[in-house]
Design a protein around this ligand. Structure first.
Ligand SMILES: Nc1nc2c(c(=O)[nH]1)N[C@H]1C(S)=C(S)[C@@H](COP(=O)(O)OP(=O)(O)OC[C@H]3O[C@@H](n4cnc5c(=O)[nH]c(N)nc54)[C@H](O)[C@@H]3O)O[C@H]1N2
Ligand SMILES: Nc1nc2c(c(=O)[nH]1)N[C@H]1C(S)=C(S)[C@@H](COP(=O)(O)OP(=O)(O)OC[C@H]3O[C@@H](n4cnc5c(=O)[nH]c(N)nc54)[C@H](O)[C@@H]3O)O[C@H]1N2
Ligand code: SF4
Ligand SMILES: [Mo]
Length: 733
């Protein structure tokens, strides 16, 4: 009998340990569950817990998989099944001809925090090293890039400084722009148990325009107007400064820029702040009191902060509160950005955005480029000194005919990008799109010239790092279906065909990982003590330098960064930032009077490629909807269940409404999970815009201006089962 395998859940950035066993009952038909999944009690991050997504993952593994490479010349043609050699030759030729006609800048790859570290690393070597273009970006640009930019600017380096153990020792958890209960359920469970046990003694503050499941448990819920976070945070700091609830010694010895910051705080008296944010002065003061008087304050944040036209400024302004109070580098305290995807952290380590390089290095830094070029055995100057195109800039590049090869892996941009009609038009204009995914159909497959079947979780061996820097080996426990291959193998095969034989000579992913960790030596994310072999014995948290191999054998999983209060900046001090709020990129006006926000539901994962194929989860969230406050519903003369059309300047959707007290008046919410494959005209990104943060280039997916029009005749078919039937491509049997 096959033994159980220990691995990591391939959904969210909590990174729960899973144990996978072969099912006792034999498989009767395709799609039947072959595997039993349960929580791994030995995993330090999750301690045996799992949520509904992790628990049901096995049901999706064999449904609607992409099995063979397929190709076509034009998007209006059907796909033809081809061999791997044919597909890889075609891609190689297109890269070679594009290099000649348009140069390296016309080659783009758009990847994902769902790739494993080895996949990410191989792609960086291919694009940034061998091809000489930094045009590798990932869906993390829509997700984590504001947090990355804020950490780099405030502390001198990326890297969340906290760990999950902090959830169980803090005196005050400040959750801002995060619906942790639904989106990081096991992180939330760990805190909630502790919060209940310490009733009254430990505070939970939640800042969110919606009264989410997370906000419902809060001691204090600040339901601020969308986009007013900076005003709120500066308002809290104003009170802290006034009351002298600050750590003057820490400010003096460990930070820079306090004077400028203190000066702008003068503009944030409580009455003004309460008015702008739409909260009471008493609640604002209570929040400041918790920050000022709690011994340990831990803040958690995710998309309500990052997905904003001032995302970096928001995150830095939150970090300011930790600096002014000295709440960092000690147990139970610090600014903790929760990563969304299972290996968004690994992507950052491997250099998986267009401005960074492996080992937390920067494209713009000549020493960093040199180190990487030497490690890759490439001539000096191979790596371009300028950052490449960020996610949305690739769409603009397609529109302008500047892209000759667009290679997409492990993401579904025809649903998840902002301003989706514009995105789709750009994809239609692409001369050559390669789409590498595990499933078929997906919305993005419609826009591909070449489809490459990817082996997914459980079918390839690789590494993922979770939000608290814990690194887990995810071994293959089942064969890949059809001809699917690991992403890194596909990238390496193209690299070899392009003539880079020695650069891509690895025989397995363990060798890829060994090469990658060498590039982390001496960096904040030093992982030179890690290898597949070592991680086979269990997960390990970084930093883990080679010389610490013995010490980390007794790893307690509560490593923190900056415990010596020396930061990764040139002078060792953390930087304050002085930002005023600029407001939403598209504020409401008389024509478009509502602010629409978008986000997630507990059961579904993003664009439903997996969760839409799991019955239990479909039953949990059967169809898309629009949340409306009762007063707004009254003005619109609509009730729960009525149909409405929601329009922005870019597009429209048609949905049923759900009237709820749990949203601010004037604010609406649509879940992001329903793309064209799963419902008619319910894609929330038909409405969103592409304006982003000027520093992190992360789009403001959390707010756009819309109008609502009741419609009389209900539309046919939201999530219809017929949509899940797979159209059989020509040549596929
Ligand atoms: N169930 C489930 N879990 C997931 C995922 C999933 O698809 N499904 N995806 C994973 C990924 S990749 C990510 S990035 C994370 C995202 O995790 P979260 O960030 O927790 O999820 P979201 O629902 O996108 O947004 C969080 C909250 O931001 C609030 N918000 C909107 N505008 C503002 C604002 O201006 N200020 C403040 N303070 N709050 C605002 C919204 O009301 C929403 O409740 O979840 C991860 N976990
Ligand atoms: N309006 C709005 N839009 C949003 C957001 C929002 O809050 N609001 N959130 C944004 C954020 S934070 C994120 S992270 C994105 C997520 O958006 P996407 O990345 O587009 O969403 P997923 O559905 O997770 O797509 C992942 C794809 O990878 C495939 N896959 C899984 N494993 C593998 C593998 O090992 N190899 C390969 N090659 N493929 C694999 C899956 O089949 C799936 O098609 O959406 C963004 N878009
Ligand atoms: S909390 Fe996240 S990592 Fe844990 S089981 Fe759920 S989806 Fe998977
Ligand atoms: Mo994300």
């Amino acid at each position: 009998m096959t033994m159980s395998s220990k691995t990591l859940c391939p959904y969210c950035g909590v990174g729960c340990g899973l144990e996978v066993l072969p099912a006792a009952k034999p498989k009767v038909q395709d799609g039947d569950e072959e595997w039993v999944v349960r929580g791994d009690r030995a995993h330090p991050s999750s301690q045996g817990m799992v949520c509904v997504k992790g628990a049901t993952i096995a049901e999706s593994l064999d449904k609607n998989r992409l099995l063979y490479p397929m190709m076509r010349d034009r998007l209006d043609q059907p796909f033809q099944q081809v061999t791997w050699d044919q597909a890889l030759d075609r891609i190689t030729q297109q890269i070679q001809s594009t290099l000649i006609t348009q140069g390296p800048e016309a080659i783009c790859m758009y990847g994902s925090g769902q790739l494993q570290t080895e996949d990410y690393y191989t792609a960086q070597k291919l694009l940034k090293g061998c091809l000489g273009t930094n045009n590798f970006d990932a869906n993390s640009r829509l997700c984590m890039s504001s947090a990355v930019a804020a950490y780099i600017q405030s502390f001198g380096s990326d890297g969340p400084p906290c760990c999950y153990a902090d959830l169980e020792i803090t005196d005050c958890a400040f959750l801002i722009g995060t619906n942790t209960a639904d989106c990081h359920p096991i992180v939330y469970n760990r805190f909630r148990k502790y919060h209940r046990k310490k009733k009254g003694k430990v505070k939970l503050i939640v800042v969110d325009p919606r009264r989410t499941k997370t906000a419902q448990d809060a001691d204090l819920h600040l339901a601020i107007r969308p986009g007013t976070d900076i005003t709120l945070l500066n308002g809290i700091a104003h009170i802290l400064l006034g009351k002298r609830w600050i750590d003057a010694a820490f400010i003096d010895e460990c930070t820079s820029g306090f004077t400028d910051y203190a000066q702008i705080l003068g503009d944030y008296p409580p009455e003004h702040v309460a008015k702008v944010c739409g909260i009471t002065v008493a609640d604002l003061k209570e929040a400041a009191r918790c920050w000022g008087l709690s011994k340990r304050v831990l803040s958690l944040w995710s998309m309500g902060i990052n997905q904003s036209s001032e995302g970096t400024a928001k995150a830095r302004t939150l970090i300011n509160l930790h600096l002014i109070t000295g709440q960092i580098g000690k147990p139970g305290a610090g600014p903790f950005s929760l990563t969304g995807q299972p290996n968004a952290m690994g992507g950052r380590e491997a250099g998986g955005l267009s401005h960074i390089l492996p080992g937390y290095r920067l494209v713009k830094n000549p020493d960093h480029r040199h180190t990487v070029e030497v490690a890759w055995d490439l001539p000096a100057g191979s790596i371009n000194p300028m950052p490449g195109l960020a996610a949305w800039d690739m769409i603009v590049g397609l529109e302008q005919g500047q892209v000759g090869v667009f290679w997409i892996a492990a993401t579904n941009p025809a649903v998840s990008m902002p301003d989706i009609e514009r995105t789709k038009a750009a994809l239609r204009a692409s001369p050559f799109t390669v789409y590498q995914d595990a499933y078929y159909p997906t919305e993005t497959a419609d826009y591909a010239h070449v489809l490459l079947p990817a082996a997914q979780w459980g079918e390839k061996t690789g590494i993922m790092t979770n939000s608290e820097r814990t690194v887990t080996l995810c071994p293959a426990f089942r064969p890949a279906p059809g001809e699917a291959r690991a992403d890194w193998e596909i990238f390496a095969a193209v690299g070899q065909r392009l003539g880079f034989k020695t650069q891509f000579a690895w025989h397995n992913s363990a060798a890829v990982y060994d090469e990658f960790v060498r590039l982390t030596q001496g960096q904040p994310c030093d992982m030179t003590g890690l290898s597949h072999d070592r991680l086979a014995a269990g997960p390990i948290q970084w930093p883990c330098p080679q010389q610490e191999t013995e010490a980390t054998a007794a790893n307690k999983y509560d490593k923190r960064l900056y415990t010596d209060f020396i930061f990764a900046t040139a002078n060792g001090r953390a930087n304050f930032a002085a930002f005023h709020e600029k407001g939403l990129a598209e504020p409401p006006d008389p024509n478009y009077p509502f602010v629409l926000t978008t986000g997630r539901l507990y059961g579904h994962w993003h664009t439903q490629t997996r969760t839409g194929r799991i019955e239990k989860i479909r039953n949990l969230h059967p169809e898309p909807f629009l949340e409306v406050h009762p007063i707004d519903a009254q003005h619109l003369e609509v009730q729960s269940g009525n149909w409405v059309e929601v329009r922005s300047r870019r597009g429209f959707v048609r949905l049923r409404i759900k009237v709820t007290q749990y949203i601010r008046k004037g604010v609406l919410f649509i879940p992001m999970h329903w793309g064209a494959l799963w419902a008619d005209q319910a894609e929330c990104n038909a409405l969103t815009h592409s304006e982003g943060c000027p520093i992190s280039l992360q789009p403001e997916l959390k707010a756009c201006a819309v109008q609502v029009i009741p419609i009389k005749s209900p539309l046919p078919q939201p999530a219809q089962p017929h949509r899940q039937a797979v159209p059989t491509p020509i040549g596929l049997t």
